[in-house]
Design a protein around this ligand. Structure first.
Ligand code: V0D
Length: 246
């Protein structure tokens, strides 16, 4: 069933899992899976923009990923630059604003510089927001927000009695990031894995058995269609839904 009238989700977040397994199944090195994953990122960014998604947040590197073998980390750290070589001109042309969340200070200086350069060069864009979570953990983001709040409190800029969810959210890595509407996880796992914990409070979760390098536009469209089917039921009882059925 298609529904042309339901809105696209405003904020889609994706856990891009299954790259290593995709490669191992083909007798390739895991790093070949990560490289193939970059192509899937390119396709997905283009599809999201064309489908009218306002925010796309991608889990590129978790705070736990630092425990991986050094050689694998070295390849992973080459991917932001590889991505921008081809994609930054298009992002600029298509009015995409690039942002990053996570402990960017832990990244190699070169990677950090490439990311900050892309953020800066697209800072004036007001089209789709493309957010990369790098060296990111959801709990760490919440702890960092609490630390900023305590600092503001101790500096007399915030009264603890006035603290509410809205003020708290404004101290997260990106104050203007809206709640996630649709959380997609590929790679046949069904876990949140410490991604955007605060922002997914009311997210619809769609898990896909497809390994991330195989993720195509049709998989993205089908996840959005599933979101729209669920969204149309929002708040109604089963009886109300049946009564409203044509
Ligand atoms: C490997 C699948 C794009 C997930 C996608 C540093 C794991 C491909 C980026 C990227 C990675 C990050 C920041 C940025 C621009 C692009 C990326 C990493 C891994 C880890 F500003 N893909 N990608 N970064 N993979």
């Amino acid at each position: 069933m298609s529904c042309d009238t339901s809105p696209a989700p405003r904020h889609v977040a994706i856990v891009m899992d299954g790259n290593g397994r995709w490669a191992e199944r083909r007798g390739l090195a895991r790093t070949q899976g990560h490289r193939a994953g970059v192509e899937a990122v390119r396709r997905t960014v283009r599809a999201a923009r064309e489908l009218g998604v306002g925010w796309l947040t991608l889990y590129a590197f978790s705070s736990e990923n630092w425990k991986r073998p050094k050689r694998e980390i070295d390849v992973l750290m080459s991917l932001p630059e590889e991505f921008f070589d081809r994609e930054l001109p298009e992002a600029i042309e298509k009015n995409v604003r690039i942002l990053a969340i996570g402990r960017l200070s832990r990244l190699p200086a070169r990677v950090r510089a490439a990311v900050e350069d892309a953020v800066q060069r697209t800072a004036h864009n007001d089209g789709m927001r493309l957010v990369f979570a790098l060296s990111y953990g959801g709990r760490a983001e919440i702890v960092d927000a609490a630390r900023r709040l305590l600092q503001n409190c101790n500096a007399g800029q915030l009264d603890s009695a006035a603290l509410d969810e809205k003020i708290f959210a404004a101290h997260l890595d990106l104050a203007e990031m809206p709640d996630v509407d649709l959380l997609i996880r590929t790679g046949a796992e069904q876990r949140v894995s410490n991604f955007l914990l605060w922002q997914i409070a009311y997210a619809e979760i769609v898990c896909s058995g497809v390994m991330w390098p195989d993720f195509q536009r049709r998989h993205f469209e089908s996840a959005i269609a599933e979101y729209q089917r669920r969204e149309r039921r929002f708040g109604l009882t089963g009886a109300q839904l049946r009564a409203a059925a044509p």
